[in-house]
Design a protein around this ligand. Sequence first.
Ligand code: BMA
Length: 339
Amino acid sequence: MCSTKLICPSLPNIPWQDRPAGCAAPLWRYQENPIIGRNPLSGVARIFNSAVMPYEGAFIGVFRGEQTNGIPYIYLGRSRDGVHWTFGREKIHFVDQNGGPAMPVYAYDPRLVKVEDAYYVIWCQDFYGASIGVAETRDFRTFTRIENPFVPFNRNAVLFPRKINGMYTMLSRPSDSGHTPFGDIFLSQSPDMEFWGRHRHVMGKSGNWWENLKIGGGAAPIETDKGWLLFYHGVTGTCNGYVYSIGGAILDINEPSRVLHRCNTFLLTPEEWYEERGFVPNVCFPCATLQDADTGRIAVYYGCADSCVGLAFTTADDVVDYILSHDETSEADREIGKR
Ligand code: BMA
């Protein structure tokens, strides 16, 4: 057994349920899942693949809301307990750096990460094809878009919660514009959140069948004394379509394109009705975590079947111990990823 320290603030009000008796899995589901049901607000058919953060003693989040015309946008949500959410009726209105309107054509799979004093929303949008959108907010009233960080095609951008070696650091998954049948996680750095470079390969699909098609970043990496703990998604293809599971890896703290440990099994895979059945069946898609330094508790927010939001729990010790005891890295994982 290991004893892993989370390097993050205390969060005594983190949503939590103890591991059910007899459960040996590295992640266990909240018993009241899904936490957000269908038709959560007028004009929105489904909320899923969404990200949350602690804010002013409660919780705030950015939510992928699939409108009734099928087009996804991002909605702001607030919660006292991290479980029951209320949403703004209007989608988030983004402005450009001059304050003029700058709504994306569509916006999906948002992540929300605080670096120093600013909150960043990162999502997938149309920029002549699927690409990454970024906006900064300091008050959750004004959301100012920053120029698109990358050329198309790209998705699943996830920002690290602090600068590394003085640079903002982002994971992303270059791809194509469709239901991409390939994809590795890369890392890029920026001095200012606008100009990105020093691109490195982090990790690709593995020989393990649950993630043998493609992978993509999930929640913002969690800083621990063992390295950056990353929850990501791994995809396999079946005769009836893709299956998305949650995987786990630990990245080097100063050189995070090096994978130190990678779990050769999924941490959570579609099993419950709300994961197996929905708009797109068999999808568990992590986008955020909450964590508490004092107890090591971690709450994982994940999209279920492109239809609703689920919550699962683990502790730093449980999940790191599980990853270390199922550790399988390749040479491409371990190298710095610069060729
Ligand atoms: C991916 C993304 C996700 C979605 C998943 C399964 O390509 O578009 O938003 O959850 O497919 O449909």
